[in-house]
Ligand binder design. Structure first.
Ligand code: FES
Length: 143
């Protein structure tokens, strides 16, 4: 694990930098976004917004959803295409989040796709996903 110094003198861990570059943000800040995980059923989406952000910065926000197979996923709420909010314009289909504005699909690892009328899937922009776990009956996201 290496440490890099940025232009402003701050240091950053190269492992963390790689995770960010791969669309996976990580910190030590695990947040309980739902105390009773059974409230999020397969194919459901919930929005979570930080209630008390630090002064001067906007609240953190994520959408958390459960796939048809039962896995939970937390991701950036805004679609990277034209910024639709997945809490309103999102639909879980199988193991993917679909942005119904123009039907881009996002896998649980954040990979973006668009399927054409003939069924060919083309890569599109990825969306940021956050580590997510079910523990002690709740859902936790690492922000
Ligand atoms: S805004 Fe989401 S697919 Fe276009």
């Amino acid at each position: 694990m290496g440490t890099d110094t940025t232009e402003n003198g701050a240091t950053e861990n190269s492992t963390d930098k790689n995770k960010v570059e791969n669309g996976m943000a990580e910190s030590n800040n695990w947040v309980c976004v739902l105390e009773d995980s059974s409230q999020l059923k397969p194919l459901q989406i919930m929005e979570w917004v930080e209630s008390n952000p630090a002064a001067g910065r906007p609240p953190k926000e994520v959408v958390v959803w459960r796939s048809e197979s039962g896995e939970v996923c937390a991701m950036e709420p805004r679609c990277p295409h034209q910024w639709s909010h997945l809490g309103n314009e999102g639909l879980v289909v199988g193991e993917e989040m679909i942005c119904v504005t123009h039907f881009w699909a996002f896998e649980k690892n954040g990979c973006g796709w668009k399927e054409n009328e003939a069924g060919r899937r083309d890569r599109k922009s990825d969306i940021e996903v956050f580590p997510c776990k079910e523990e002690d009956g709740g859902i936790f996201v690492q922000l």
